[in-house]
Design a protein around this ligand. Structure first.
Ligand SMILES: [Zn+2]
Length: 221
């Protein structure tokens, strides 16, 4: 689980500056007829400062159930334009599914992950990937990562079911593909490996070799 919020930033100021630069560049490109109309339409959404579509209840992982976290537990952003996403952080909830979802909906909790995967492999998304979820207890790691909670207890090996591993691996594989994240232990890490954290999840029973192999297999499929 996470604990420390990521804090506010001056994203807006940076975005406005970058937008001005990019709009200028785009106008030049359009003027020289380098970009086709379709290309322009596609690039428009990539401009920092241009709000991408945020459809209520939309999910980033097909089949995920959407349950919105409290806006107090994440910061709106526009990743990967404003922050490069290069890590997946694996967590364990230390509680059941209902209590994990409940605390992420609680504005007083100060933390939430992007996803929760349960023992049956069902995936719930609570924060959009373009936003910075407060899950790692480290501001820069929050900004650069997608956080995935697994329902169970670090000290209980039986928490980590085959269905959970398989489903989480598919999820991580799609995240890695989306942002060009290498499938290795430098980029797919446990909460315990986040600098400055005193958290121990996912703990000694989480089978990293098995998980990485499943992620690689899902990435190839
Ligand atoms: Zn954690």
């Amino acid at each position: 689980m996470g604990d420390v919020r990521g804090g506010a930033g001056s994203d807006r100021d940076r975005r406005i500056g970058r937008r001005a630069l990019l709009v200028g560049g785009l106008a030049t490109a359009a003027g020289s007829a380098v970009l086709a109309r379709g290309e322009l339409a596609r690039l428009w959404w990539r401009l920092p400062g241009v709000e991408r579509p945020r459809v209520a209840g939309a999910v980033d992982f097909r089949g995920a159930r959407w349950v919105a976290a409290s806006p107090a537990n994440y910061r709106r952003a526009d990743r990967p334009d404003d922050y490069r996403v290069d890590r997946v952080v694996v967590h364990v909830t230390q509680g059941g599914y209902a209590s994990a979802v409940k605390v992420f909906q609680d504005p007083a909790h100060g933390a939430a992950a992007h996803y929760v995967v349960d023992a049956g492999g069902a995936v719930t998304q609570l924060v959009r990937e373009l936003d910075v979820a407060f899950h790692a207890g480290n501001r820069s790691f929050n900004e650069r990562s997608v956080g995935i909670e697994h329902v169970g207890f670090v000290e209980r090996a039986s928490s980590f079911t085959p269905a959970m591993y398989a489903s989480s691996a598919r999820l991580t594989a799609t995240v890695c593909a989306r942002y060009g994240i290498p499938v290795d232990r430098e980029h797919i890490i446990g909460h315990v490996e986040v600098p400055g954290t005193d958290h121990t999840d996912p703990g000694p029973h989480w089978d990293w070799d098995r998980y990485l192999e499943l992620v690689r297999r899902a990435a190839r499929a």
